[in-house]
Design a protein around this ligand. Structure first.
Ligand code: PRP
Length: 210
């Protein structure tokens, strides 16, 4: 049996749909349960429900063979895992946002949940910045003067708009990824390949149907 770590929260429903399209049978219960370990109803798969930022940790350490997580979380984690497939769900983007008219070349303080994306971008501008690490409601920081701008996820743009901020620079397109533990990928290759090829096929069928 393979163990698959799934990220709780906004991408979980899309992930379940993706697994179903690939022919797996994750229990409906996953979306509304306090249980953290559940088995597929028909296939030899076991699902772990984890906090998104912990999914790469479970997979890197082999507590899960596979995982589904956003590219944003994966990039920030720097986990040593195999990135197997772009599942094309949970599409959004990482941006620099702030008050209208802000010159990003003059920024000194950046509030973010994404320090690696932020450092990488401002390094390209040759700017040394101070990162103000926050774990949520990051849009507050420039409003109350804690930072000049933010580096954050934008999906619909509603949070920025309702807080009087604008997108200044788009840094990276984000979507969910299937990842694998390096050892599982070698030692349990045929089981992993079975899951991967089913998901790949379902992605191809989806794109043909569109
Ligand atoms: C994310 C992100 C933005 C918001 C963007 O936060 O950090 O705040 O969603 O979505 P939108 O463009 O559709 O408005 P999340 O909802 O995960 O909560 P958090 O602020 O507590 O991290």
């Amino acid at each position: 049996m393979l163990t698959v770590a799934l990220a709780k929260g906004r991408i979980l429903e899309d992930t379940m749909q993706r697994l179903r399209s690939a022919g797996f049978s994750p229990p409906e219960e996953l979306l509304d349960t306090r249980k953290l370990v559940l088995e597929d109803k028909k296939h030899p798969l076991r699902y772990l429900l984890a906090k998104p930022s912990d999914v790469p940790v479970y997979v890197e350490h082999g507590a899960a063979d596979l995982g589904v997580v956003g590219k944003d979380v994966l990039y920030e984690s720097q986990a040593d895992v195999h990135e197997l497939i772009d599942l094309q769900d949970g599409r959004c983007r990482i941006v620099v946002a702030g008050p209208s008219g802000l010159d990003v070349k003059r920024v000194t303080r950046v509030a973010t949940k994404y320090p690696r994306y932020a450092q990488a971008y401002f390094r390209t501008l040759g700017r040394q910045i101070e990162i103000i690490p926050l774990s949520g409601s990051v849009e507050l920081a420039p409003i109350i003067g804690l930072s000049d701008c933010i580096v954050d996820l934008v999906e619909t743009g509603r949070t920025l708009k309702e807080n009087g901020l604008i997108e200044l620079v788009s840094l990276s397109a984000i979507s969910t990824r299937l990842i694998a533990n390096r050892r599982s990928y070698q030692v349990r290759g045929s089981e992993v390949d079975h899951v991967v090829s089913r998901i790949r096929d379902s992605l191809c069928e989806g794109s043909v149907a569109q």
